[in-house]
Design a binder for this molecule. Structure first.
Ligand code: ATP
Length: 325
């Protein structure tokens, strides 16, 4: 396909490394003498025709920044055919030949829907939740994980001084990857994720056992999508504090884990994916997601991405328990 003009957007939750991907897409495309337009605020901006031309200098000084310089938004109208027709109308009016969508699960579902209407699109796998089929990991996961374990480490330090247990709630929506990996890397005593819920009674008895084994502190990592979130568990503990041994404190890690500067790993995978997305279009490929697998770039049809769920390897849960003894 001879490409002249492409647009790119970031959609859904922002992820550290999105800017590195924006920079790589732009400069790789400019290198091929294509024109590049950034779409502001994701699909919302696409439906409002918010295009800005990007040159090499416009994407300078952003590789080290978290978030996305193009902005992002939730855009429910894009899930309707009428919304997507509006988007297609604006793309045609600007003479855009193809669109690159940097985002997670929902964003790639939207991308698939647009691609199914006949417009050439390529996705780039980006979400801190790591819940997108077709990429292991996605852009942003490494940074979010590192920020999460840094917080856990600090809580462990203060916890040891006071014989406290800290209940830490991590991000991750319905997917427990971030909580489980942070729990293992942070040496948590108990990990609670939507894929493997643990009742408050059971958490309390595991904390009690850890206390009796002579631990000076305990960390419980809870994923935000759990039936019993950190607040619900803490409420239960308040009524049973003397049975646990430790005094329990709650920390909710919300959006702070999103805003960090991307790690080297996230910058590198974002850069490689950005380049690969442009190269895929140059090869005449579209309707695909560019992801990462075993340290290599991979391409997966958006149809497969949209119809599959990434599964968490639950062997890790057992391992987390063994290592907490
Ligand atoms: P993250 O998981 O990191 O938050 P995400 O891409 O999964 O990112 P969502 O809020 O789920 O974030 O989706 C972003 C946008 O994608 C939505 O606001 C909507 O515009 C579009 N979208 C989501 N699902 C669909 C769908 N089934 N069809 C069309 N568009 C969709």
């Amino acid at each position: 396909m001879s490409m002249k003009r492409i647009a790119l957007l970031t959609s859904g939750g922002d992820a550290p490394g999105m800017n590195a991907a924006i920079r790589a897409v732009t400069r790789r495309a400019l290198d091929r003498d294509w024109e590049v337009f950034g779409v502001e605020r994701g699909y919302q901006g696409l439906m409002q025709s918010s295009f800005i031309p990007l040159n090499a200098r416009d994407v300078g000084g952003i590789i080290q920044l978290g978030g996305t310089v193009l902005g992002s938004a939730r855009a429910p109208e894009f899930a309707t055919e009428a919304g997507r027709r509006t988007a297609l109308h604006h793309l045609a009016k600007r003479g855009i030949d193809a669109l690159i969508v940097i985002g997670g699960n929902g964003s790639q579902a939207g991308n698939h829907a647009l691609s199914s209407m006949g417009f050439p699109t390529v996705g780039i796998a980006s979400t801190i939740d790591n819940d997108l089929y077709g990429s292991e990991p996605t852009i942003g996961v490494d940074t979010a994980l590192n920020v999460t374990i840094e917080s856990i480490d600090r809580l462990r330090t203060t916890g040891s001084s006071h014989h406290r247990a800290h209940l830490v709630q991590t991000m991750g929506r319905d997917h427990g990857f971030l909580a489980l990996m942070a729990g293992i890397a942070g040496g948590a005593e108990v990990v609670v994720i939507p894929e493997a819920e643990v009742e408050p009674d059971e958490i309390a008895s595991r904390l009690r056992a850890a206390y009796l084994r002579g631990k000076t502190h305990s960390i419980v990592v809870v994923s935000e999508g759990c039936k019993n979130n950190a607040q619900a568990i803490a409420h239960h503990f308040e009524q049973h504090e003397d049975e646990i041994g430790f005094v329990v404190r709650v920390t909710i890690l919300g959006h702070v884990v999103r805003g960090a500067a991307p790690t080297a790993r996230d910058r590198l995978i974002a850069t490689r994916m950005g380049v690969a997305a442009v190269d895929a279009l140059a090869d005449g490929q579209h309707g695909i997601l560019v992801g990462y697998e075993g340290d290599e770039i991979c391409r997966t049809p958006l149809e497969i991405v949209a119809s599959n769920q990434k599964k968490l390897n639950l062997d890790w849960i057992q391992l987390a328990r063994i290592l907490a003894q």
